[in-house]
Design a protein around this ligand. Structure first.
Ligand code: BGC
Length: 266
């Protein structure tokens, strides 16, 4: 991870270099971006964050993405990846669980292109974060099936097999014991219901039992903002496969967006 001192000045990033791409991570509270070296997964510039507009409807979110790209002087020729917290099938939003419902049926890349004049690759936020963790972070050099679960406002999921992302896994919404799992076990639910870490871990234990039975991963990576407190809850969860905290933390979405954009993985 770069320290402030070795971050490049905005104008010094060479987007003509095939190993440099720009990542944008759209989330419920903030829209974040930075330039990334996709060989290493390191940020080349400082990360910049703009609060998500409310309501988070397509045109206003598209304007914030434009402002972010303008802030970094990202040229139209750059490889740019943009994440979104919903199901994206060939660029079109099929769900928008924690963003404005107007997004469903819209093409994220077309919205961003219309507002910013740039061509971008688009992807699910957890897919980007899981890909980044598997390639550059906690799963680096770990062969086999790596399953990243992000615990935040919702529950995101990403499946990477021997370095290849299988997109659009949505197992945060598995129905378990009659509930959509993310309505019982997301980090936001812990906060909303005032659950202690042991109480929350009991719910997570049930969730991971079902997930492990269905997918048999070789490694679980746990992301989301709460993963910085992993010592409070990961030791309380028992799985056959090792379970480790994410390493890239709040940069994972940006890094994965850039890494996938560089592969033209839309
Ligand atoms: C959405 C996923 C998203 C996850 C994390 C879920 O509610 O359905 O697409 O990846 O939240 O933001």
């Amino acid at each position: 991870m770069n320290s402030k001192s070795d971050a490049l000045a905005i104008g010094d990033v060479d987007y003509g270099d095939d190993d440099i791409a720009f990542g944008v991570d759209i989330g419920g509270s903030g829209i974040k971006g930075a330039a990334v070296d996709v060989r290493t997964g390191r940020l080349l510039t400082k990360r910049h964050r703009i609060p998500t507009p409310r309501p988070a409807e397509p045109e206003s979110v598209g304007d914030v993405v434009r402002d972010l790209l303008d802030h970094f002087e990202v040229p139209g020729t750059a490889r740019i990846g943009v994440t979104f917290p919903g199901i994206l099938q060939h660029g079109v939003l099929r769900s928008s669980a924690n963003m404005d419902g107007d997004w469903v049926g819209r093409h994220l890349g077309e919205v961003v292109a219309a507002r910013s004049g740039r061509t971008v690759s688009v992807m699910n936020d957890a897919d980007a974060a899981g890909y980044a963790e598997a390639r550059y972070g906690a799963g680096n050099d770990k062969p086999g099936l790596v399953l990243t679960i992000t615990l935040g406002t919702g529950i995101g999921s990403a499946l990477v097999h021997n370095g290849v992302l299988v997109p659009n896994l949505e197992i945060g919404h598995l129905e378990i014991d009659g509930y959509d799992a993310e309505t019982r076990a997301a980090a936001s639910v812990k906060d909303r219901e005032g659950l202690s870490y042991p109480e929350w871990a009991t719910r997570l234990q049930r969730y991971f039992e079902v997930v492990e039975f269905l997918f048999s991963p070789d490694l679980f990576i746990i992301g989301g903002g709460v993963s910085k407190d992993h010592e409070e809850f990961l030791p309380l969860i028992t799985t056959h496969a090792p379970m480790v905290p994410a390493q890239l933390r709040n940069q994972a979405g940006i890094v994965g967006a850039a890494g996938l954009a560089a592969q033209h993985h839309v």
